[in-house]
Design a protein around this ligand. Sequence first.
Ligand SMILES: Cc1cc2nc3c(=O)[nH]c(=O)nc-3n(C[C@H](O)[C@H](O)[C@H](O)COP(=O)(O)OP(=O)(O)OC[C@H]3O[C@@H](n4cnc5c(N)ncnc54)[C@H](O)[C@@H]3O)c2cc1C
Length: 382
Amino acid sequence: MPGHIAILGGGIGGLSAAIALQKTGYDVTIYEKHHDLIEVGAGIILGANALTSLDFLDVGDDIRKIGYAENICTIRSDRGKKLTELTYDGSQTTNYTFLLRSELTHILASSLKPNTIVFNKKLKDFKQHEDSITLYFEDGTISTASHLIASDGIFSTVRQKLLPDKQLRFAGYTCWRGIAENCPNYIEKRFTETWGPKGRIGIVPLSNNRMYWYALKNCLADDLEFKQWKSSDLFYNFINYHDPIPTILERTSDEFINHRDIYDLEPIYQFAFNRILLLGDAAHATTPNMGQGAGQAIEDALFLALCLKDASDITQAFKNYEEQRLERTRKVVKDSWMFGKVAQIDTPLLCSIRNKVIEIAPNKVHHKKIKELFDITKTLKV
Ligand SMILES: Cc1cc2nc3c(=O)[nH]c(=O)nc-3n(C[C@H](O)[C@H](O)[C@H](O)COP(=O)(O)OP(=O)(O)OC[C@H]3O[C@@H](n4cnc5c(N)ncnc54)[C@H](O)[C@@H]3O)c2cc1C
């Protein structure tokens, strides 16, 4: 047996990596700092690339069973005018699948061997040795492993120790996410994102008459007023936006809303550090503008498994993974940052200029980009 691999963090990246490694024959343990995997108040958009990767992990069909499938994201002005459609011609699969984060996490965790996850284990420190790695947890316990996959998220303890100079970047906007329950049947079930002077809001249909929404507004980091906002504040902020935005906000109770400022990690140039590998947000946290953070973490897991399958040495497989993932993830982070800059324009004059430019831009331009993002079958040689 090639050794025991420790995975830090039971988020989407860590769970996907564990499934991928178990399928490849590795012995893995996930160490998670929380006492369970519950994620409240948010849906998730999975691009076709994420679903293709999840098919390789044998969980794609479980996700399709409960997810809501859609091929187009329509960008609208605050008055409801269609500006453009984010899709691409010739796609063989569904471009977007929507479900609750908790549903995705549950499906991933259920695919693992029993007792793969150890809860209440917050990593404090680690030491690399010639032939192993030692993990020190806050509860005073110690574990050893042959290798460590650090999928401990955007605020990664492991990355901060390996690359202490790398700081997170505040994107200049804050985000609320919520779920509206019992939505009336007359509400059109379409994936739309609306851009206007009072902010940006995405509406995402889910199964069982639920709608997931996300709203973004420009601000300074840690804005004290926005931290207090409830669904009623969001309702009044977006009251003049087109239907069904106000109705959906009105139907969201405060307990189903979560809020956070948006940060990313300016691209780094190393993911493999001998016996340690950074994966998911720990390696390449991106702004959520393209709905690709989790998608890239899931892709990471798949590519890691493919590299391990072909390699005799795990450390070398980590290097091969780094080579395959650096450019792709860097591009996603960069494009998503730029997308956010355009989408977050909120002065009325610039909004109307931006909207005009988007309306007349040929679809071919973004269709090509979306195809590059979603269609990973060529890279996987299937
Ligand atoms: C507002 C918003 C909307 C988004 N929407 C989408 C979307 O629609 N589609 C999409 O693809 N992506 C989306 N993303 C991005 C996505 O959420 C992340 O990219 C994804 O969750 C990353 O997964 P991860 O496993 O790398 O990190 P995380 O999900 O952050 O998981 C990290 C895990 O590590 C654990 N952990 C942390 N530190 C320690 C420690 N010291 N010891 C032990 N455990 C530890 C944490 O508890 C957590 O469980 C969005 C992000 C934001 C902010």
